[in-house]
Design a protein around this ligand. Sequence first.
Ligand code: ATP
Ligand code: MG
Length: 329
Amino acid sequence: MLSGIQPTADSFHLGNYLGALKQWVALQDDHDAFYCVVDLHAITLEQPDPAVLRQRTLVSAAQLLALGVDPSRSALFVQSHVPEHAQLAWVLQCLTGFGEASRMTQFKDKSTREGTSGTSVGLFTYPVLQAADILLYQAQRVPVGEDQRQHLELTRDLATRFNSRYGDTFTLPEAYIPPGAAKVLDLQSPDKKMSKSLPPAGCVNLLDDPKVTAKKIRSAVTDTGREVVADPVGKPGVTNLLTIHAALSGQSVAQLEEHFAGRGYGDLKKELAEVVTDALAPVQARTAELLADTAELERVLAAGASRAREVAAPTLATVYDRVGFLPAA
Ligand code: ATP
Ligand code: MG
């Protein structure tokens, strides 16, 4: 199993956690897991300050450990520490059709997003690098949010193409998309996925101060009507709050509807704020501890990178051989 996350913000958000990271933690029990902080992906959009990118990479790794990624079972590493990712990406780019890459909706979204200053070729080939991330480890499962489905399809297409042209080399991966919270919506614009690129009021960060979190939830856009019931079309805002509650509290949406019967949106928001801040408190404490002295973190990342290379290097060597590159003497 492989998954990755970009170090492009000072904190992960609830969408990242419920859509992907929660599964990272759960699946490591019965999978051989490789998890990476994808700094090569991060520079597909301009990262103005190198020191900030470096710090966010560390903060990202700290949050992953704090959430429960266990380095004794899973390899946790930084993408740029394993050069095979960029090397395999090049080979796969040469197998990718220009039209095929042009159909990726995330590229269309990100390249036309307000505030994007020029669109790089790197942003265009982002999904191919993602395919390399996955295929290097022969991953069978990739825990991601719903927004990554199309990229996973491209990965499977590229693996199939390589295998049929050069002989069986890559395992075909499957997206592992959680049934409940695969798409957490922005609290202010519940027609869009929660994202760090929208104004901060709609995005609950894992490292936000509890007062800030409570305020964001209190100010969430709800819907007309008064009943606390799930209805993704008619009540997307309320449904989103119920989904977040259910994912964190372990109750079903039906149980929550019963629990809130006869009560209003205010009660839902008040209780949700408690559920969220209670869940995040230990994560925040552990993240702070890991960042107070980064020696342990750096040791974990170094060990993770060397475990990753043990798998990635032989895969790349096979690929280089199959495409016909002359071995270095
Ligand atoms: P960006 O907007 O820059 O792409 P991001 O918040 O999507 O950033 P990524 O590093 O691209 O962060 O994605 C990390 C993981 O979080 C991916 O598996 C993605 O599917 C998941 N994810 C991101 N946003 C949401 C969301 N709102 N709901 C569910 N999953 C999400
Ligand atoms: Mg994303």
